[in-house]
Design a protein around this ligand. Structure first.
Ligand code: M6R
Length: 625
């Protein structure tokens, strides 16, 4: 997830009214939540070292400051400019990989958010044709591809070259391109990744989201998928990839800046929950091949090394631990490897039995949690192979691991993990299937069926997200209950733990998660008339046992809320309230079943008037032991 921005303005405006550099820098600052590994911009116009001038910096959160200190040689009065703030996916977060990327001769500059899936085959061809590519990114090929089309058909202009280039591209993109031969034109295009545009008298703008350019206009257009836009001062024209003119959809926005940063949601947690389908889809992107096989590019362990693994350890904290617990079921079931899971702060001090045949998987959203960092370091020193699952490229843990599998959820601001949690479960399930593939523990037909089911997860998560009002009504019914018990069996157990953690961390209510079968060994003493029991009762092989455990609490007067699969009236008969979710293959169910748990906690916290993004006593990243 990166942020892009662009502005073109006519000579009629005073520089003070709409100074290109200021618009870009301020907009990039507002886009930094999308990533801040590096930043860069390109300006077009006379009076500088070059008609197209570029500056880039890769200094983490200080990148933008660095840019503003390095403007010597920039055009004195630029007519157009584009900017980018990066969240690295392909290529390290250094200056060479920072956007904008240019063509061979520095006449064209391009910024991009998304992933170009066929970048390797395109760059091989371009290099063979004599192009010189400098970065490790998937993006740079676009600049050279457009350059080659522009050279072949100069009469079709920059927009024509962009259309022709995109016809060859697979993947996701929101991009903006400038060329010094058309100094007041920006060409933009979009597929999947977001891109909005705005227009005012004598200027036109584009950005990854509205807050970046709010204040310059309140009238926006959303660029649809597979559309190419030409922005000129005061005018925007849009075509299909084939060049057919189309009218872009207008959007008037009255939000203030604070609301706009949250895309109109009341808080970041709500926004991030709604980004979950995309987080899951992006985490699967280019790892599932159409022929039914899995590829893990960033995992630098050979298949031979994977085959030599005899035991797996997962170490993590909090929600990441729950994701790891879910993975235990999947790895054992599909790959037939024994899996131990431990809380990171416990693992390190118990003299764990690991050796060179052990795979230790460290799971951490931030990649900086010191408990998990120390645990994987300990494992490495004991000779284990270490694989890190994290959301942050080049984080401390990513650097420590023998291999890294990135979740691609984009930056998460709310303290309560939501979209990164779903992305972690997804990545771990991908890894489990990969281990099964390498170890040949699943038949091709079984693997194909599972991969198909996995591909449908983003849509099912999106469907689960539509049930917010119904979940809110259940939270309203139980808003005055002082304590909650969360139950689940098998993969429903970590979902119950996560449901309890979410509720306690943002609504400060007593909430405990238990394996449903364990209740009768003690915790059932807590149940009395009025106790609210939330239980995962979706259809898994242990469904009947779960329903028997539900009967045990119901007969003691508990109010029962069941998470059930759509249309499962048999389960609903055992419930006072139902949280409905779409069904899926049972080992994938946590990805979907946890969604109503998050929404329930969110609704409850809001009903109690609490700040869900900044819960008391908590920090997003815990860097102390
Ligand atoms: O960055 P990490 O995934 O290593 O963080 C681990 C926990 O601190 C984190 O999951 C915490 O439990 C969240 N607040 C849960 O919402």
């Amino acid at each position: 997830m990166c942020g892009i921005i662009g502005i073109t303005r006519g000579p009629g405006l005073d520089a003070g009214e709409c100074e290109v550099l200021d618009v870009l820098v301020e907009g990039l600052a507002r886009l930094e939540y999308r990533g801040y590994d590096s930043a860069g911009l390109a300006l077009v116009g006379p009076g500088g070292d070059d008609p197209l001038w570029r500056v880039r910096a890769a200094n983490g959160t200080r990148s933008l400051d660095d840019l503003t200190k390095r403007t010597e040689g920039a055009p004195a009065d630029p007519s157009a400019g584009i900017g980018h703030t990066r969240w690295a996916t392909h290529g390290r977060p250094n200056e060479e990989n920072a956007h904008p990327h240019t063509d061979c001769h520095g006449h064209l500059a391009l910024v991009h958010n998304g992933i170009i899936e066929n970048h390797v085959e395109l760059s091989d061809r371009l290099i063979a044709d004599g192009h010189h590519l400098e970065s490790e990114t998937d993006t740079e090929v676009l600049a050279h591809l457009i350059e080659s089309h522009l050279a072949a058909h100069p009469d079709e202009g920059l927009a024509g070259a962009v259309r022709a280039a995109l016809a060859e591209v697979r993947g996701a993109f929101a991009l903006a391109v400038v060329h010094d031969s058309e100094p007041d034109v920006i060409v933009a295009a979009r597929r999947v990744s977001p891109l909005i545009m705005g227009v005012s008298d004598g200027a036109a703008f584009l950005a990854s989201d509205i807050p970046a350019i709010l204040g310059l206009t309140h009238d926006f257009f959303i660029l649809d998928d597979d559309r190419v836009a030409e922005l000129r001062p005061g005018v925007i024209t849009v075509t299909t990839l084939e060049g057919e003119p189309v009218e872009p959809a207008p959007l008037h926005v009255d939000w203030d800046l604070d609301a706009a940063r949250k895309d109109g949601y009341d808080d970041f947690m709500a926004k991030e929950m709604h980004e979950q389908p995309k987080a899951v889809a992006d985490t699967l992107l280019d790892r599932l091949l159409p022929d039914g096989t899995l590829v893990l590019d960033e995992v630098h362990l050979t298949n031979e090394q994977f085959r030599g693994i005899t035991k797996v350890f997962v170490v993590a904290c909090g929600s990441s631990y729950h994701a790891g617990l879910m993975a235990k079921y999947a790895i054992e079931h599909w790959a037939r490897l024994p899996v131990e899971i431990d809380i990171s702060s416990e693992f390190r001090y118990r003299n764990p039995v690991v050796d060179e045949h052990t795979l230790v998987i460290g799971v951490s959203q931030s990649g900086e949690t010191v408990d998990t960092f120390q645990a994987v370091r300990e494992a490495k020193s004991l000779g284990a192979k270490v694989l890190i699952i994290t959301n942050v490229v080049d984080s401390s843990m990513a650097r420590e691991g023998d291999a890294v599998l990135y979740t691609r959820a984009g930056p998460e601001i709310g303290v309560a993990s939501t979209k990164t949690h779903l992305a972690q479960i997804t990545a771990l399930e991908v890894l489990a299937l990969y281990l099964a593939q390498v170890r040949e523990t699943l038949s091709p037909a079984e693997a194909r069926g599972l991969l198909d089911a996995m591909g449908s997860l983003p849509d099912k998560v999106a469907e689960a997200m539509t049930r917010g009002d119904a979940v809110h009504a259940v939270a309203e019914r139980f808003r005055d209950s002082p304590s909650f018990i969360f139950l689940g069996r098998h993969v429903g157990y970590p979902v119950a733990l996560e449901g309890a953690l979410k509720l306690k961390e943002i609504s400060y209510l007593r909430a405990e998660g238990f394996p449903a079968g364990e209740l009768k060994h003690g915790p059932i003493a807590l149940v009395e008339p009025g106790t609210v029991v939330v239980c995962v009762a979706t259809r898994t092989p242990v469904w009947e046992k779960v329903i028997a455990n539900v009967a045990e609490v119901k007969s003691r007067g508990a109010s029962v809320v069941l998470v059930a699969n759509d249309g499962d009236e048999e389960t609903a008969r055992h419930a006072d309230e139902v949280l409905w979710v779409p069904a899926t293959e049972h080992l994938f169910a946590p990805v979907i079943d946890v969604v109503p748990m998050q929404m329930f906690a969110h609704s409850m916290a809001r009903l109690h008037g609490l700040d869900v993004d900044r819960p008391r006593n908590l920090a997003k990243t815990v860097t102390v032991e």
